[in-house]
Design a protein. Sequence first.
Length: 145
Amino acid sequence: MRLISYDPWNALQRLQGEIERAFDQPFGHGLSGRGAFPPVNVFRGAEGYVARFEVPGLAPEDLSIETHGRTLTLSGKREPREPADGSLHRRECWSGEFSRSLQFPEDADTAAARAECKHGVLTVHIPQKEESRPRRIDVRATGRE
C-alpha cells in the first residue's frame, strides 16, 4: 500500500492559481475579462448601447473601428516608448498591435455607430434600431354622438 501525503499549503496555492486564471480568462479563451486590452465597459443607455474603451496614450488616428453585422471590432497599434538614451530597467507598459471584438444584441444598429475619443477614453455609441425602440401612441378623445 502506498501512502499519499497531503500538503494543504500546495492545495491552497493551486486553488489560488485556478481562481486567478478564472478571473483573467473567464471564458477560457482570453478574449475578455481582466487583462484584456483595451479594457471596456458596455452599457445600455436611453438611445441604445455605449461601449467605453480605455485607450490611454493612443491618438484617434492610432485606432480603427469596424462593424460587421452585430460585431464591432476595435483595433490599433501602440508603439513602444523606449528611452532615447540609457537602458530600460523595467517594462510594464504593453506595446504592439491589438484587436478587441464585441457582439451586440439584434436590436443594435451597428451601421449607425459613432465614436469620440477624449482623455484616453474612446466612447462608441451604437443606437437601437428604430423598429426596436418603444413608441408612444397618443390616445385621442372622440366626441359622443
